[in-house]
Design a protein around this ligand. Structure first.
Ligand code: ACO
Length: 328
């Protein structure tokens, strides 16, 4: 038996918000956004769509690609910082929508590293317990709901979307899909990337709303430096653990934060830019969803061959980070 990715699916909302649209909302320019971030447009969910609705669309596609029914799922894990509501979990809400009545379900909060953390947990459950055979792992975000649309330093960066993977045990040859992994956290930097209000320390109140404390706040340049260091370090660790070099990697798939971060990471690893998967120009930073969106495009576009090494790496609030080496 080996553990494989059985199916991948993704969803982005229809509405496109371009840099030119943002020029009409805040004091910014297409030129500034493109030069500093690589982002040209992002997708924005409708007011009626919650994160579970985006997750549902991606999940249905992943189940179809895996050719399994929702009832066959043993576990559902949703990585998100924009859950539908504080509780119940978005994973439980999604379970109801899918009819995945045999699964146990929970949310996992690791910001932009949410999908990689969820994959690691799913892989460990599959490895460690014979009763778990099929797990749905999703990174889904409606970041437009936590962005201050009057703050040009953050509102130009984020977008909405969802990426889903079905991981499971099969009799297929070739070994497990996850060859090596390395995850990390550092709680010393909780304040450089956060949403301050709405939790037990600063519950929602008229004052927190007036002070815009329910929106993402970020010390951009500090995050930038920490992101590059952490992703490079964890990528090196997994390559070493797997006994491969950067030349063996077919695709580096980093969390799509900012193309300057992605280029810096690739440069330090010695991976050429045309082997770095990037769609940040079309979707912006979709936090936990971004790596799933990339993997879906790689799968649908047949951009990798069986046996190729795909190096996933992410970084986010917490701080959290991690890398996973996949054998496609
Ligand atoms: N349009 C025009 N000017 C702007 C904008 C904008 N949208 N935003 C900021 N500026 C201005 C600033 O006010 C500043 O002006 P000043 O020099 O007069 O003070 C100037 O541009 C430079 O600002 P910096 O913040 O120094 O710009 P920087 O080059 O660092 O780019 C950015 C900012 C894009 C946010 C970058 O720091 C970054 O990408 N950081 C990482 C973000 C990230 O990766 N987050 C990932 C995690 S997200 C998560 O976990 C949910």
């Amino acid at each position: 038996m080996s553990i494989k990715i059985l199916g991948i699916g993704a969803y982005v909302p229809e509405k496109v918000l371009t840099n030119f649209d943002l020029e009409k909302m805040v004091e910014t320019s297409d030129e500034w956004i493109k030069t500093r971030t690589g982002i040209e447009e992002r997708r924005i969910a409708t007011p009626e769509q919650a994160t579970s609705d985006l997750a549902y669309e991606a999940a249905v596609k992943a189940l179809k690609a895996a050719d399994i029914k929702a009832e066959e799922l043993d576990v559902i894990i949703v990585g998100s910082i924009t859950v539908d509501q504080v509780f119940p979990s978005t994973a439980c809400i999604l379970q109801r929508k899918l009819g995945a009545k045999n699964a146990f379900c929970f949310d996992l909060e690791a910001a932009c590293s949410g999908l990689l953390y969820s994959m690691e947990v799913a892989n460990s459950l599959l490895q460690g317990n014979p009763k778990y055979k099929k797990i749905l792992v999703i990174g889904a975000e409606k970041l437009s709901s936590v962005v201050d649309w009057e703050d040009r330093s953050t509102c130009v960066l984020f977008g909405d979307g969802a990426g889903a993977l079905v991981m499971g045990k099969t009799g297929a040859p070739g070994g497990d899909c996850i060859v090596a992994s390395s995850l990390g956290s550092d709680g010393h930097y909780t304040d450089i990337l956060q949403i301050v209000a709405g939790g037990s320390r600063t519950p929602a109140s008229a004052a927190t709303v007036a002070n815009k404390q329910h929106y993402i706040s970020m010390a951009g340049s500090e995050v930038f430096k920490c992101a590059v260091t952490a992703m490079v370090h964890s990528c090196k660790k997994v390559m070493k653990e797997a006994g491969i070099t950067a030349q063996d990697v077919r695709w580096l798939v980093p969390h799509q934060a900012n193309y300057r971060i992605l280029r810096a990471v690739a440069g330090r690893l010695g991976i050429p830019e045309d082997e770095v998967y990037m769609n940040v120009n079309r979707y912006g930073n979709t936090s936990a969803a971004s790596i799933g969106l990339c993997l879906d495009e790689i799968a649908r576009g047949n951009l990798a061959e069986k046996g190729d090494y795909i190096l996933l790496t992410a970084f986010g609030g917490g701080l959290t980070w991690g890398s996973i080496l996949l054998k496609w």
